[in-house]
Write a protein that binds this ligand. Structure first.
Ligand code: SF4
Length: 83
């Protein structure tokens, strides 16, 4: 089972790294603009840094990141929930 994760709208990221500290297996900070992005191995399209699909073992950390993101731009949909 997998979870679809998106950062939307990514422009609203304030780069506080909360998502990376809570779920560093899924999120990382971009070297290009300093904002959060989905780690490359989870992207369906390598150039689409806003979207990824991750194993549902990451549900808890993605959920924590989504609920803790101060600008509420992290969203996910999976078999056991969404945000
Ligand atoms: S928690 Fe939200 S605002 Fe903070 S770095 Fe992650 S996506 Fe950006």
């Amino acid at each position: 089972m997998t979870i679809k994760v998106r950062i939307d709208p990514r422009d609203n990221c304030i780069a506080d790294m909360v998502c990376v500290s809570l779920c560093g297996d899924v999120f990382e900070m971009s070297d290009v603009d300093g904002k959060s992005q989905i780690i490359a191995k989870w992207r369906a399209d390598p150039n689409d840094i806003n979207h990824g699909e991750v194993p549902d073992e990451f549900q808890d950390c993605v959920d924590a990141a989504a609920k803790s993101c101060p600008t509420q731009i992290i969203h996910y949909e999976g078999p056991n929930g969404s945000y």
